[in-house]
Design a protein around this ligand. Structure first.
Ligand code: UFG
Length: 334
């Protein structure tokens, strides 16, 4: 296996996807330092095998000190704000926490000579794709500030990699869901807006119903279609991307991270009913601002490029793992 002569810094490692990447890196034998400001993340979500630095990505002095002290040779950058409707009402928060903070972090990486950078990008960079499944070379026309804030970071990485000895992988996530199959981590976000999280909260009694945001989309059943990817598969893709960056230090990659098939909101809710053996109340509501009808990945590039295969491409399994974590959260009194 390709190994790194130093640690991997995981920003946002106390958050949902970042904490799963930490597990995947540790399980693969990497040394990890988490950098997280704990605004939306939780210190208890960080595996104790990893070091934790409580600091903001934009705090240059703290970040550079941590890069030096821990001998960091790769950064996985998950920290950021992730709620699409909030990005519409408070765009400057997204340009600060996503674009400006990433700019600062990339500058720190260059200043400290960190050679590899993996970035959490998003399918929201495509906006409303002209064709589905959408491929990496298709037009990127974000329809909300969240997508634009991430696309701007992709542009910075491209330019920086051309000018400095740094290579990167930008992974454009589709809809991340589920939880660690061993229930070591999961989505613990307070006030989450993501469909599967909301549905399992309803299934465990945290909410009384699930709203369906629009039934008049141009999709087979009228509800939004998304490509749901298990968070542990996504975390494994990051580890595979890191191995590739180490092995081919002059090349960078922008890759869709999805399974290449879509499920509608109704299909997801049916899966939750099946897995819980319980019928969750559904409320028909209007469309949410900034929601495209259908987003499904063309995942040929990631399958061709990385030594990675989806292992948990199963909607019921994703829901089962999300539900197990939701029950564990309830036991923890959270
Ligand atoms: N939905 C509902 N009810 C809910 C929540 C969601 O009907 O309570 C619907 C949405 O309208 C959408 C689908 O379920 O059709 C999925 O919505 P999510 O909020 O779970 O996820 P999004 O597709 O909005 O967001 C995801 C990622 C973002 C990314 C975006 C790209 O979470 O980071 O895809 O559009 F930017």
């Amino acid at each position: 296996m390709t190994r790194l002569q130093g640690k991997v810094m995981v920003t946002g490692g106390a958050g949902y996807i970042g904490s799963h990447a930490v597990l995947a890196l540790l399980d693969a034998g990497y040394d990890v330092v988490v950098l997280d400001n704990l605004v939306t993340g939780f210190d208890w979500a960080v595996d104790p095998r990893a070091a934790l630095v409580v600091a903001d990505v934009a705090d240059d002095a703290r970040v550079r000190a941590a890069l030096r002290e821990h001998g960091v040779r790769a950064i996985m950058h998950f920290a950021g704000s992730v709620v699409v409707p909030e990005s519409v009402s408070d765009p400057l928060k997204y340009y600060r926490n996503n674009t400006a903070a990433s700019r600062a972090l990339i500058e720190s990486a260059v200043a400290e000579g960190v050679p590899h950078f993996i970035f959490s990008s998003t399918a929201a960079t495509y906006g409303t794709p002209a064709k589905v499944p959408v491929a990496e070379g298709d037009p990127t026309v974000p329809i909300n500030p969240y997508g634009m804030s991430k696309l701007m970071t992709e542009a910075m990485l491209r330019d920086v990699a051309a000018a400095h000895p740094l290579n990167y992988a930008a992974l454009r996530y589709f809809n991340v869901a589920g939880a660690d199959p061993q229930a070591r981590s999961g989505q613990s976000t307070v006030g989450a807006t993501h469909l599967i999280k909301i549905a399992v909260e309803a299934a465990t009694g945290k909410r009384d119903a699930v709203g369906i945001y629009g039934t008049d989309f141009d999709t087979p059943d009228g509800t939004g279609v998304r490509d749901y990817i298990h968070v542990s598969d996504l975390a494994a893709a990051h580890v595979a991307a890191l191995a590739l960056l180490i092995g081919e230090p002059t090349r960078s990659h922008t890759l869709n991270a999805g399974y290449g098939r879509g499920f509608s909101v109704l299909e997801v809710l049916d899966a939750v009913d099946r897995v819980t053996n319980h019928v969750i109340e559904r409320r028909l509501e209007g469309r949410r601002a900034g929601d495209p009808a259908e987003l499904v990945a063309d995942n040929a590039a990631i399958l061709r490029t990385l030594d990675w295969r989806p292992e948990r491409d199963d909607l019921d399994g994703i829901v089962r793992d999300a539900l197990a974590w939701e029950r564990k959260l309830a036991e923890m009194g959270r």
